[in-house]
Ligand binder design. Sequence first.
Ligand SMILES: [Zn+2]
Length: 303
Amino acid sequence: MSLTFKRYLSLLVDKPPARPGDGINVTWLGNAGVHVTDGITGFLIDPFVSRYGMLRVALGLGMPPMQDVIAKWAATFDPALVGAVIASHSHYDHALDAPFFARLFDAPLVGTESTANIGRGARLSDDFIKVVGHADTMEIGAFKITFLESVHGPALFNRVPYPGVITSPLVSPAGARGYRMGGVFGIVIQHPAGTLVHHGSAGYDRDMYAGHHADVVLLGIAGRAGTSTYLKNVVDALGARTVIPIHFDNMFHPVSTSFRFMPAVHFDEFLDVCLQTRPNMNVSTLPVGRPVGLLINGSLNPP
Ligand SMILES: [Zn+2]
């Protein structure tokens, strides 16, 4: 086991899920995928389990959603606790599987017009597609979700991969370049127990979080430019006491509790910068595939 993986393990939030109505529980599906629930209702963001190797992705070969893997993951969630499937943007590692999860749960697929076209290509009916834009909100039980326009991280050789929008229904199997980015959202999730932000891609729009506060930020760290400026513009801007990195497991391998790290994700550097420059900030990690109690009355469980 690598020292880096040991550091990841040493930071795990390892509290049992809160009882229904008592707090917010989160399950990490690897990459930027999370299930968020208060035990009464809930939703998925960016569930992505159809993992293909880097070569296949780079060659642009078709990537059919792995229906058996999707079904296996879907079976781990109570259908009553999946009221929506949200895509933070339309790249394949965020949105390839989303419509298929949505169908299994009879839940709406929520995202940009590009995400909607992935849903239409998967033959979701319009009743099960909800297009959202900047500053739009939706309510799911006690959750109030606000979508804020963000910017994609520089990711590949300082370039955003597959920019642009998806203008017509995207029928699978499609290659990675079919999954154009569309817009990118930072997602503010307010709940009486506390506020969580899902920031799935490592860019930001200056002042995008002005007027917003979060207790915990789920921070996508793949493809970030500078760790310190990223923390400043997202985590500090939100006044969050806790940051939980996501999107650092190797997305070219199957989802696993013993994952490898994403190439060039520099997980140690991320932790070192957090510890050295923000000694009062809490840095925690999530286990894969196991729900943990995250927020009770605005505090990480435990504080
Ligand atoms: Zn992306």
